[in-house]
Design a protein around this ligand. Structure first.
Ligand code: SF4
Ligand code: SF4
Length: 133
């Protein structure tokens, strides 16, 4: 058993030492270089091929057709009409996602953007289902 004087000197010593642990969440944390965080979505690039949905091991991603579709481009005289480009949304179930980034690595149009965002915890289940438009 340590003597009281020894314990007291240890306490005093540690009062003036810097903490050995990280200050997060009181100070911002920087994820390490290869950290895999939340996936973002760029609707303008998505072609709705559903490859990301098929490769996701956690069934965490859905790519529905957007409710609001862009108008068809104006027809040029003498040219055949050009079909409107379809617009897709992305629903990401953050509670299911295992952050493997397989969807982003398989997307042929780079419509899924990798981020290092990790502050995703929530007490509201609705917040874990993100609808990107
Ligand atoms: S990161 Fe992985 S688990 Fe999450 S949506 Fe993409 S493929 Fe699915
Ligand atoms: S996000 Fe990429 S892989 Fe997924 S449907 Fe859109 S284009 Fe296809």
């Amino acid at each position: 058993m340590k003597k009281p004087a020894r314990i007291f000197s240890e306490v005093i010593k540690h009062l003036f030492k810097k903490p050995a642990t990280s200050g997060y969440p009181f100070t911002p944390a920087t994820p390490m270089k290869d950290f895999r965080g939340r996936i973002d979505f760029d609707s303008a690039k998505c072609i709705g091929c559903q490859i990301c949905v098929r490769v996701c091991p956690a069934k965490a991603i859905e790519i529905p057709l957007s409710e609001v579709q862009p108008p068809a481009p104006a027809q040029v005289e003498g040219q055949p009409p050009v079909a409107a480009k379809k617009k897709f949304d992305c629903i990401m179930k953050l509670g299911n996602c295992v952050y493997c980034w397989q969807c982003a690595e398989s997307c042929p149009k780079q419509a899924l953007i990798t981020t290092q965002d990790f502050e995703l915890a929530s007490v509201d289940r609705k917040q874990l289902r993100r609808h990107y438009k």
